[in-house]
Design a protein around this ligand. Structure first.
Ligand SMILES: [Cu+2]
Length: 189
C-alpha cells in the first residue's frame, strides 16, 4: 500500500466517523456565545503552523501534531486564515473541508489586498496558496456536525490537514505531504 493510499484511507476513516455522528432532533439554533474568531495558521516548507510541526512520513521521531485548535463549531461557522510564508505554492486540503455545506475563500496578496473571492456550495476541495498569499476560509459546517457539537459541550473531533502539492508526481522529494506537511485540526464547540 502506498503512502498516498494510506493518506486517503485516513481521510476516509475520518469522514465515515463523521457521518456516523448520531443525528439528533434538537431544534436549538445558534447559541448566544460568540465564536473565538479566526484561527490563523502559517503554511511553509514543509509545515503547518511552525517548522517544529513538520511531520515527514516515516519519521517516527516526528509524529503528526495538532497544528490548530478551533472553537466555535457549535455555532456552525468557523474561520481559518492560512498564510503562505514559504517560497513554494501549497495546495491545502482537509477532511474538515469535506464536512462543510458552504465555503467562502477570500484570497489576499502580500500587501493584504483582496484578490479573489470564491464561494462554493458543498465540500471545499482545496485552497491554493501562492507564496506570500493568504486565504481567509469561512466554513459553514454540515448540520449534523454542528448539532453534534451543540449537544455535547465536551466533544472534540480531529481532522487531518494536508498539503497536496507534488502528491501526484510519484516523486517523494517533491511530495509536500511526505516531506512533512500534515497535521491535525482539533474542532471544539
Ligand atoms: Cu505544500
Amino acid at each position: 500500500m502506498s503512502i498516498k493510499r494510506i493518506g486517503v484511507a485516513l481521510l476516509a476513516v475520518i469522514v465515515v466517523g463523521l457521518f456516523s455522528v448520531p443525528f439528533t432532533t434538537s431544534t436549538v439554533s445558534g447559541s448566544a456565545a460568540e465564536g473565538a474568531g479566526p484561527t490563523a495558521l502559517n503554511v511553509g516548507e514543509y509545515f503547518f503552523g511552525a517548522l517544529e510541526n513538520m511531520a515527514p512520513v516515516g519519521d517516527a521521531a516526528k509524529p503528526e501534531k495538532v497544528v490548530a485548535t478551533i472553537t466555535g463549531a457549535a455555532e456552525g461557522e468557523i474561520v481559518l486564515v492560512l498564510k503562505n510564508v514559504g517560497k513554494l505554492e501549497h495546495e491545502v486540503q482537509s477532511a474538515l473541508f469535506l464536512a462543510t455545506s458552504e465555503a467562502v475563500v477570500k484570497s489576499f496578496d502580500e500587501k493584504g489586498n483582496e484578490i479573489s473571492k470564491v464561494e462554493t456550495v458543498g465540500s471545499l476541495r482545496e485552497v491554493e496558496l501562492q507564496p506570500g498569499m493568504s486565504a481567509e476560509v469561512t466554513l459553514a459546517l454540515d448540520e449534523p456536525l454542528q448539532r453534534a457539537f451543540e449537544d455535547d459541550p465536551n466533544l472534540e473531533m480531529r481532522f487531518e490537514l494536508a498539503c497536496q502539492s507534488g502528491h501526484d508526481k510519484r516523486d517523494t522529494a517533491k511530495d509536500h505531504y511526505q516531506l512533512g506537511m500534515r497535521g491535525w485540526i482539533v474542532l471544539k464547540p
